[in-house]
Design a protein around this ligand. Structure first.
Ligand code: NAD
Ligand code: UDP
Length: 329
C-alpha cells in the first residue's frame, strides 16, 4: 500500500482480536499504520489475528482493559467488551467494569497522549425501544436492574465518560452506536443469532428460535460497519457523534432462520425456546445522520452477507474453537 509516512499513525485497538477488532486491525495494518492489538481473549482467540503476527507494523498484547496500561499512541479504537448476551451475562460485574474502567483507562491514554479515541457503543443504549426506527436523539428505554443492564448501562456510562472527558479535558472523541453486525470471523460459539443459526444449520442441529421469532433485528455486514467506523474516526473534529452505524433493513428472527435453512440446504428443524428477559422487540437504526455527515450507508444485503458468512463457517474446523464461557451450548 502506497502511503506517505506522515499519514502513518500509531493506533491502539482494544478488543482487537475479536470479530470486529480483528478485521479493523487487518485493514489498519494494510494501510501501513502501526497497530497495537490489545485483548484478554475472553471471547476471541489468537488465531483471529495469526495472519498479522508476522507483520512488522502489528503488535499483540495480552492485557485486560480494566487495568491501566502505559502506551504512546495517536488513535484508540475501544472495542474491548463481550458483545453477546450469554457471555456478557456470565460475569455481569466484570462486564460493567470492562465498559466503565476500560473507558476510563483509554480516555486516560487519550488525554495524556492527545490521541483521538473512538468508543464502540451499541444500539443497546436504546434498550427495548418505544421509538422506531431509533434516531440518535432517542434517549432509550433500558431496564437498569435487568440481566442486560450490565452491558446496556455499562455502555451508557462509557458514553457519559467520553462526553465528560471531551467537555472537561478537551479529549478528541468519537462515539459510534453499532447495531447487530455479523460476518466471517464471528466466533462459532459466540451465542449471537447469526453465528448460532449458521453453526446449528451446518451441524444439522435444531435451530433455536427464542420466543415466537417475531422480534426484529437489522443486520449489518462486518465490512460495511468497519468502513463507517473508520470514516467516523477520520472525519472532522466537530462531528463526535454519537452516530448510529447499522443496516436499516429489518428482519424478524424467524425470517433469518428461514433464510439460513434455505441457503445452507440443511435438514435442521426450527424449534422454539423461551424468550430471555428484556429481549428487545424491535430494532432498526435511523442512519440519516451517518448518511449526511459520513456519506456512509451499507452496501451489502443480508442475503449477500449471509452467503459469505456461511462460506466462512464451512471453511473452519469448529473443533478448533472453545466456547468462551463454561456450560454454553
Ligand atoms: P467480540 O466478542 O468478538 O470482541 C470483543 C473483544 O473484546 C474480544 O476479543 C474479547 O476477548 C475482548 N475483551 C472482552 N473483555 C475484555 C477485557 N476486559 N480486556 C481486554 N479485552 C477484552 O465482539 P465484537 O462483535 O467484535 O464487538 C466489538 C465491540 O463492538 C464490543 O465493544 C461490542 O460491544 C461492540 N458492538 C458490537 C456489535 C455487534 O453486533 N458485533 C453490536 C454493538 C456493539
Ligand atoms: N436469538 C434466537 N436464538 C438464538 C440466539 C438469539 O432466537 O439462538 C434471538 C434473541 O432472542 C434476539 C435476537 O435473536 O431476539 C438477536 O440476539 P443476539 O444475541 O444476536 O443479539 P441482541 O440483539 O439480542 O443483543
Amino acid at each position: 500500500m502506497d502511503i506517505s509516512t506522515s499519514n502513518i499513525k500509531r493506533i491502539l485497538v482494544t478488543g482487537g482480536a475479536g470479530f470486529l477488532g480483528s478485521y479493523l486491525c487487518k485493514r489498519l495494518v494494510a494501510e501501513g499504520h502501526d497497530v497495537i492489538c490489545l485483548d484478554n481473549f475472553f471471547t476471541s482467540q489468537k488465531s483471529n489475528v495469526s495472519d498479522l503476527l508476522m507483520q512488522p507494523n502489528f503488535e499483540l498484547i495480552r492485557h485486560d482493559v480494566t487495568h491501566p496500561i502505559w502506551l504512546e499512541v495517536d488513535e484508540v479504537y475501544n472495542l474491548a467488551c463481550p458483545a453477546a448476551p450469554c457471555h456478557y451475562q456470565y460475569n455481569p460485574i466484570k462486564t460493567i467494569k470492562t465498559s466503565v474502567a476500560g473507558a476510563i483507562n483509554v480516555l486516560g491514554i487519550a488525554k495524556r497522549c492527545r490521541a483521538k479515541v473512538l468508543q464502540a457503543s451499541t444500539s443497546e443504549v436504546y434498550g427495548d425501544p418505544e421509538v422506531h426506527p431509533q434516531p440518535e436523539s432517542y434517549r432509550g428505554s433500558v431496564n437498569p436492574i435487568g440481566p442486560r443492564a450490565c452491558y446496556d448501562e455499562g455502555k451508557r456510562a462509557a458514553e457519559t465518560l467520553f462526553m465528560d472527558y471531551h467537555r472537561m479535558n478537551g479529549v478528541n472523541i468519537r462515539i459510534v452506536r453499532i447495531f447487530n453486525t455479523y460476518g466471517p470471523k464471528m466466533h462459532p460459539y459466540d451465542g449471537r443469532v447469526v453465528s448460532t443459526f449458521i453453526r446449528q444449520a451446518l451441524a444439522g442441529e435444531d435451530i433455536t428460535i427464542f420466543g415466537d421469532g417475531q422480534q426484529t433485528r437489522s443486520f449489518c455486514y462486518r465490512d460495511d460497519l468497519i468502513e463507517g467506523m473508520v470514516r467516523m474516526m477520520e472525519g472532522p473534529d466537530d462531528f463526535i457523534g454519537p452516530v448510529n452505524l447499522g443496516n436499516p433493513d429489518e428482519f424478524t428472527i424467524l425470517q433469518l432462520a428461514e433464510m439460513v435453512v434455505e441457503m445452507t440446504g440443511t435438514k435442521s428443524q426450527i424449534v422454539r425456546k423461551p424468550l430471555p428477559p428484556d429481549d428487545p422487540v424491535r430494532r432498526q437504526p435511523d442512519i440519516t445522520l451517518a448518511r449526511e455527515r459520513l456519506s456512509w450507508q451499507p452496501t451489502i444485503s443480508l442475503a449477500e452477507g449471509l452467503k459469505k458468512t456461511i462460506e466462512y463457517f464451512r471453511s473452519i474446523n469448529i473443533a478448533d474453537f472453545r466456547p468462551p464461557t463454561p456450560d454454553y451450548i
